[in-house]
Design a protein around this ligand. Structure first.
Ligand code: ATP
Ligand code: MG
Length: 332
């Protein structure tokens, strides 16, 4: 059976982008087709300025939302990254095969380091090495596939490069994984700024739909989405980024094709109205289940405890093998 790994950072409240690009597929498809692991990758949240209490709260919330989205701990392993030491252990070894030039070429590093500087902060070394820890997350489990949004494909490419390099130099150790972005809504854009990705760590604004937004808030955000000049509803990322984003979101909700959908609408208003209702309906069951799970924190905790135990067992043999392969003396 193939193995799948993916994760979500507790850097903010989960967004519609996280859901359509990643989490929904984990629940609807991946966990049924594979031996799947889904992690709240909290170590990654420490790479930028953060409040410790908020990271803890967001970690718990992210785990709860994964379960609310339909991820079934009977099918998939759900755990918190920092509960499994193997991630950090393997990350160090991979730092010894990665180069600083590779790290500096990462688009997200360029974007996020610029954002930290513009907020008056300094850039943490871990922000630079973050893709190596992500590679460790994936390689420790021998994952074949990594279901992520479009923005993470460069990091998965780096993971492949590191796996191949390690295997060539030190002997066959790692499975070389591949990214599997969704066909539709692989990059949901900010509703107020369709040139940039909707991101949970961005300043909270009218352009971001959160999974836990009330229906009326969702409606307001989508009805006020920035659309493009002209009046024609057309699917074209270059000239109609705002409209194209709404078509992608609506198609992802309805399971249709965004380009075909463009022919159905004669006005921006009608497209916005239908998109708003589709998103409200999409989120309704997740929000209901979330409410139930919040009332039962002991259940969520137990899922995470068992998940971490399983994840440790699954990752330790591979990480131990890598320690031996690279030249470290086995402990006596
Ligand atoms: P941050 O701003 O902290 O990077 P994020 O919203 O990008 O937060 P991540 O935790 O980095 O979220 O990513 C979790 C998953 O969600 C990844 O698979 C990522 O590719 C996917 N994802 C994130 N944003 C979007 C988006 N706008 N559209 C589609 N997929 C997305
Ligand atoms: Mg991100």
């Amino acid at each position: 059976m193939k193995r799948i790994f993916s994760g979500i950072k507790p850097t903010g409240h989960l967004t519609l982008g996280n859901y359509l690009g990643a989490v929904r597929r984990w629940a609807e498809v991946d966990q049924h087709q594979a031996d799947a692991l889904f992690s709240v990758v909290d170590l990654h949240a420490l790479t930028v300025e953060h409040d410790p209490g908020r990271v803890r709260r967001l970690s718990r919330q992210a785990a709860t939302l994964l379960l609310a989205s339909g991820i079934d701990p009977g099918l998939a392993t759900v755990f918190v990254q920092s509960h499994v030491d193997e991630h950090a252990r393997l990350s160090y070894l991979l730092e010894c095969v990665a180069t600083d030039g590779e790290m500096r070429r990462m688009i997200q590093y360029k974007e996020k380091s610029a954002r930290e500087r513009s907020r008056g902060g300094s850039v943490r070394l871990s922000l630079l090495t973050y893709p190596v820890l992500m590679a460790a997350d994936i390689l420790a489990y021998g994952a074949d596939e990594v279901p992520v949004g479009d923005d993470q494909t460069q990091h998965v490419e780096l993971t492949r490069d590191l796996a191949v390099r390690f295997n060539q130099r030190y002997g066959q150790t790692f499975v070389v994984p591949r990214a599997t972005p969704p066909e539709v809504a692989a990059r949901v854009m900010d509703l107020q700024d369709p040139a940039s990705k909707m991101g949970k760590s961005h300043e909270a604004g009218a352009g971001i739909v959160y999974l836990l937004d009330e229906p009326d808030v969702v409606r307001k955000k989508i009805l006020r989405a920035v659309t493009d000049s002209g009046t024609e509803v057309a699917y074209d990322r270059e000239s109609k980024p705002g409209v194209t984003n709404l078509l992608e979101i609506l198609a992802a909700c309805e399971g249709g094709n965004p380009e075909a959908l463009s022919g159905v609408y004669e006005s921006y208003g009608a497209l916005k109205k239908d998109t708003a209702e589709a998103v409200v309906e999409l989120l309704r069951p997740v929000q209901e289940r979330h409410k139930e799970l919040v009332a039962d924190p002991a259940y969520v905790e137990e899922v995470l405890r068992q998940g971490a135990e399983r994840a440790r067992e699954m990752s330790r043999p591979t990480v131990d093998r890598a320690y031996r392969a690279i030249g470290l003396l086995p402990p006596v």
